[in-house]
Design a protein around this ligand. Structure first.
Ligand SMILES: C[S@@+](CC[C@H](N)C(=O)[O-])C[C@H]1O[C@@H](n2cnc3c(N)ncnc32)[C@H](O)[C@@H]1O
Length: 235
C-alpha cells in the first residue's frame, strides 16, 4: 500500500556529502519557455505574504518546483535588500523553461535555476548554501506524499533558526475540503496520479514539526488556496 499522509513520511537522517553538485541550468531557445496563467492571479497576494514573513538579516530564498520561473521573475525583485531568489526544479525541461524566461527578463536578485529533485536526498550543498528561507508554490499536492517528507527533512536540516518555509496551495482543513472546487481538483489530481492529491493541513504541519519546523500562520489566499508559514525552531 502506498504511504498516505495519515502516516509519517519515513526519511533517513541527513549526512550532506560535499561531492554532489546541483547543476545550474542554461537557457534554451524561446520555445522552451512555459506560461502558467495562474501565476498572474496569485503572484501579488503571494508577494504580500512572503515579503512580510521573511526573517530579518537577508540570505538566499530557495524556491522548490519553480516550474515556468514566473514566480521567480515577479517576486525576486520584490525581495527586501540582502535577499537573493534561487529558483530550482526537479524536472530538467521545467528548469530550462525557467532559465530561458529568467535569461530574457533578467530580474534583479534572481539566480539561474538549479536542477534539484526534492526527493533526491541529501540535497547538494551548493543548492542550500546561504539559504535562510524556502518556498514551495503548488508542489505538495502535485507530488507523492514522500516529497513532502523529503521537503520537511531537508528544510529542517538546512534552514537556520528562525528560517522560513513558505508553502502555497490548496489544503483540507479539519478533514474537509475548504471548497467544492478543491474537492473536484483533488479528484482530478488523483485521477492523473493516485499518489497526488490535496493534503490535510494537519498532516503537513505534523510532518514539519517532526523536523523542527513550527507552524506560525496560515493565510487565506485567492481561489481557495492557503499560504502556510513554517519557521525553524530554536534548539
Ligand atoms: C504545478 S507545477 C508548479 C510550478 C510553479 N511553482 C507554479 O506554481 O506555477 C509543479 C512543479 O513541481 C515540480 N516537481 C514535481 N515534483 C518535484 C520534485 N520531486 N522535486 C522538484 N520539483 C518537482 C514539477 O516539475 C513542476 O514544475
Amino acid at each position: 500500500m502506498p504511504p498516505s499522509e495519515s502516516s509519517p513520511a519515513t526519511v533517513a537522517p541527513i549526512t550532506r556529502p560535499g561531492t554532489r553538485h546541483a547543476p545550474r541550468i542554461q537557457p534554451g531557445p524561446p520555445e522552451a519557455r512555459r506560461h502558467y496563467p495562474a501565476t498572474a492571479r496569485n503572484r501579488d497576494p503571494i508577494r504580500a505574504v512572503l515579503t512580510r514573513v521573511l526573517p530579518e538579516g537577508g540570505g538566499v530564498l530557495l524556491e522548490l518546483a519553480s516550474g515556468s520561473g514566473e514566480h521567480a521573475a515577479a517576486l525576486g525583485p520584490a525581495l527586501p535588500a540582502g535577499w537573493t531568489w534561487r529558483p530550482s526544479d526537479g524536472d530538467e525541461p521545467s528548469a530550462r523553461a525557467a532559465a530561458t524566461l529568467l535569461a530574457e527578463a533578467a530580474p534583479a536578485r534572481v539566480e539561474a535555476p538549479v536542477l534539484l529533485d526534492v526527493s533526491d536526498r541529501p540535497w547538494p550543498a551548493n543548492a542550500v548554501e546561504g539559504v535562510a528561507a524556502m518556498a514551495a508554490i503548488n508542489l505538495v499536492h502535485i507530488a507523492p506524499w514522500a516529497v513532502t517528507g523529503a521537503l520537511m527533512a531537508e528544510a529542517g536540516a538546512a534552514l537556520p533558526v528562525d528560517g522560513v518555509l513558505y508553502l502555497y496551495g490548496p489544503y483540507r482543513v479539519g478533514g474537509r475540503h475548504t471548497a467544492d472546487s478543491n474537492a473536484a481538483f483533488d479528484a482530478s489530481l488523483r485521477r492523473q496520479d493516485p499518489a497526488w492529491g490535496v493534503r490535510d493541513l494537519e498532516a503537513v504541519v505534523d510532518e514539519a514539526a517532526r523536523h523542527g519546523l513550527i507552524l506560525v500562520e496560515t493565510v487565506a489566499m485567492p481561489a481557495n488556496n492557503l499560504s502556510v508559514i513554517l519557521r525553524k525552531a530554536g534548539v
